[in-house]
Write a protein that binds this ligand. Structure first.
Ligand code: SAH
Length: 359
């Protein structure tokens, strides 16, 4: 099969690219907006049903393009209403996405990689190593599939890039997905309704700050000193906390918006009140909030969740020292859908491979 015969993956294309693909086939560019509306707003994937398109274009699309949605392999529902979706991709690799209702918004948590190269010490996904990057279409496809399965097509919802993988380690595909998710002709999700969570890669955060679309940013800090952070987050050996704070200070922020710093609380490791005071000091002068995530324990993860009293004391100390604090309520723990619990393959990479992060 030659390259020209390979079908056009519609979900991989932001509107401008789709316009280019249409123009190359002799069609008017504005049809791209119509196609976006069918696919993303009405969840219609069969070109034959796109009734406002010229017949010839419908035929061309049917012959040359596909909307490849990830196939649903399984779906688990938690007692708290959270749902975990296991999706199978074209090459049979599997990823997970999570639907979290009523937080108070409806929220879709999506993955950007199969596995992850970051190998954070408390995260199950990190144990898989990086299996492969997801394409923009596979990222957007999760949102489309979730919207269909939970019946939210055309309705408002939030999206968090907090599933498997490090979104800024799959920068270009993640940005294409962001352009598609926010496009006014498609889902039209406002950037304020999207949160991208990153392990903290300063060059990529810097680049993100220059993009026309700025989602909310959450940075996984997890420790107030480089020495402790390096024990938990291997990439901390490359980028210091000071570099991360400096780049965050330069990020253009919308009015009233703050950068979130995530902090997984591990009993006896990073939950001392002295850690809270240091953390508050670090964030002084930055429009920020701290989101404490009490560890979701899992077999093979060598840490413990602190007691509720210890969590409260840590939160109170942070607040007393001027930080804005919230404690993340764990959702879907009974179905292993909570933060850090997503894992779908047994493959493990060597430590060297896991650390070979190309930026
Ligand atoms: N790569 C991104 C997204 C990771 S998942 C990042 O590093 O931010 C979102 C959050 O869940 C991160 O803050 C991550 O550190 C946290 N997390 C990972 N494992 C966890 C666990 N076992 N318990 C609680 N939070 C965890």
């Amino acid at each position: 099969m030659n390259a020209a015969a390979r079908p056009l993956q519609l979900l991989d294309l932001d509107r401008r690219s789709l316009e280019g693909a249409l123009a190359a086939r002799g069609y008017q560019r504005f049809h791209a907006g119509q196609i976006f509306q069918w696919v993303y707003r009405r969840a219609v994937t069969d070109p034959a049903a796109m009734t406002d398109l010229p017949r010839e274009l419908r035929q061309t699309l049917a012959a040359e393009a596909v909307v490849a949605l990830p196939a649903l392999a399984s779906r688990d529902i938690s007692v708290d209403g959270t749902e975990k979706f296991l999706f199978e991709l074209d090459d049979r690799r599997r990823i997970e996405s999570v639907f979290i209702p009523d937080t108070p918004a409806m929220t879709f948590c999506i993955s950007t990689q199969v596995g992850c190269a970051m190998a954070c010490a408390f995260c199950l996904t990190g144990r898989m190593g990086l299996v492969r990057q997801l394409t923009a279409g596979e990222i957007v496809g999760q949102v489309l599939a979730l919207a269909r399965h939970v019946d939210l097509a055309g309705k408002p919802f939030n999206v968090v890039f907090m599933g498997m993988g490090e979104p800024l380690h799959n920068y270009d595909e993640t940005m294409t997905a962001l352009r598609i998710l926010t496009d006014a002709h498609g889902f039209a999700i406002g950037p304020r309704r999207i949160t991208l969570s990153t392990v903290g890669l300063p060059p990529a955060i810097e680049r993100l700050g220059r993009e026309p679309i700025m989602p909310n940013i959450a940075v996984s800090l997890h420790a107030p000193t480089d020495a402790l952070r390096a024990e938990l987050v291997p990439i901390a050996r490359k980028y210091g906390i000071a570099d991360i704070i400096a780049v965050c200070k330069r990020l253009p922020l919308r009015k009233r918006s703050r950068i979130t710093f995530e902090y997984v609380l591990l009993a006896g490791v990073n939950d001392r009140l002295q850690d809270a005071r240091r953390l508050a000091r670090l964030l002084g002068g930055l429009k920020s909030k701290v989101n404490l995530i009490p560890l979701n324990e899992a077999p093979g993860i060598p840490f413990r969740r602190p007691s509720d009293e210890a969590i409260d004391a840590f939160a109170r100390t942070l607040a007393d020292h001027g930080a804005v604090v919230s404690v993340r309520k764990s959702r879907g723990r009974d179905i292993r859908a909570a933060c850090g619990q997503l894992i779908v393959e047994g493959s493990r990479k060597s430590a060297a491979q896991r650390l070979a992060v190309r930026m």
